[in-house]
Design a protein around this ligand. Structure first.
Ligand SMILES: Cc1ncc(C[n+]2csc(CCOP(=O)(O)OP(=O)(O)O)c2C)c(N)n1
Ligand code: SF4
Ligand SMILES: [Mg+2]
Length: 301
């Protein structure tokens, strides 16, 4: 049974005020995550916008233990923390949560993550995906979408993003999920489920970024939801190999109606301003094919 928004725990593990940009959706996602883990976690985090949100010593916006590690070593450090807790007989007291950006996960960091997944080490890994290296001023990553202009893709990125949840699924870990920070109950329910499973659990969380994507900070939730309506972001989970769509993506599939055209999403942001009609058609074809695959998998489960 899915949790309703009014049933989310009222205890806050984030303090009011942090150094992220206005409208940044990372905080919305982290708020749901920390509620789902009941504040009983140790967070392992490499350089990224999340580090800024956490605060610079001696200031912090969080009530949880937080370890800053080097860029490529997030999963390796989380494996170490998890092994340390096990050695002390304290594994049941708290969850080890590794949380890194799309750059720190899909490019730098994937080696340690793949190793930890192969060993099925006992921690949760959240990749929050703002679709570029934002903390250093918007450079392209392996998860930047086709057509997006960044400081290293002046005319728009030419490639489609990697399918990172699928790469993680190929490691045969017990739980893989895709969500969006602007669906707090979807994030919450997936984290609660992940918390109750042993081994490596992977959550991919889309995070609208007003500064890097080029939109008004007041529209973060609106655009995060529009991404789901178009199928550019899909909410699903894969539990022990069984796939199912969740929340809004599940109801979209059930309705059988066509998704909103990607153009409607692309025209809302400065990063897609110079996209040609051919590039828009490429993205639409990519989304259509992916969505058909998800709906077929959902129906088969
Ligand atoms: C080894 C190493 N290379 C580069 C950097 C510089 N750096 C710090 S944050 C960052 C961007 C991280 O991007 P991402 O992981 O997507 O997180 P975001 O900033 O977008 O939240 C970079 C390149 C670094 N700290 N260490
Ligand atoms: S650059 Fe984007 S992801 Fe980073 S703090 Fe600002 S809004 Fe958030
Ligand atoms: Mg990023």
């Amino acid at each position: 049974m899915a949790t309703k928004i009014l049933d989310l725990p009222t205890t806050e593990h984030m303090l009011p005020g942090n150094r992220a940009c206005a409208g940044c959706a990372i905080g919305i996602g982290l708020r749901s995550i920390t509620k789902a883990l009941d504040g009983k976690l140790v967070l392992v985090n490499p350089a990224s916008c999340l580090t800024v949100l956490g605060g610079m010593y001696p200031v912090s916006s969080m009530r949880i233990p937080w370890i800053n590690v080097s860029f490529p070593s997030t999963a390796a450090a989380a494996s170490g923390v998890s092994a340390g807790l096990r050695a002390m007989g304290r594994s049941d007291e708290m969850t080890v949560l590794a949380m890194a950006g799309d750059g720190g996960t899909s490019d730098i960091g994937i080696q340690a993550l793949s190793g930890a997944a192969e060993r099925n080490d006992d921690f949760i890994y959240v990749c929050y995906d703002n679709e570029a290296y934002m903390n250093t001023g918007t450079q392209r990553s392996g998860l930047t979408p086709h057509g997006a202009r960044t400081t290293t893709t002046n005319r728009g990125k030419r490639e489609n993003p990697k399918d990172l949840p699928r790469i993680m699924e190929a490691h045969n870990i017990p739980y893989v999920a895709s969500t969006s920070a602007v669906y707090p109950t979807d994030v919450y329910d997936k984290m609660v489920k992940a918390r109750g499973i042993k081994g490596l659990r992977y959550l991919h969380m889309n995070v609208p970024c007003p500064s890097g994507w080029g939109f008004d900070p007041r529209d973060s939730v609106k655009l995060g939801k529009l991404a789901v309506e178009t199928g550019l972001v899909v909410l699903y989970e894969i539990e022990e190999g069984v796939f199912r769509l969740t929340e809004r993506s599940a109801s979209l599939a059930k309705s059988g109606k066509p998704l909103v055209k990607v153009e409607e999403f692309l025209t809302t942001q400065a990063r897609f301003k110079s996209m040609t009609p051919e590039a828009v058609a490429t993205v639409q074809a990519w989304v259509d094919k992916r969505w058909a695959g998800y709906v077929a998998r959902h129906g088969a489960s």
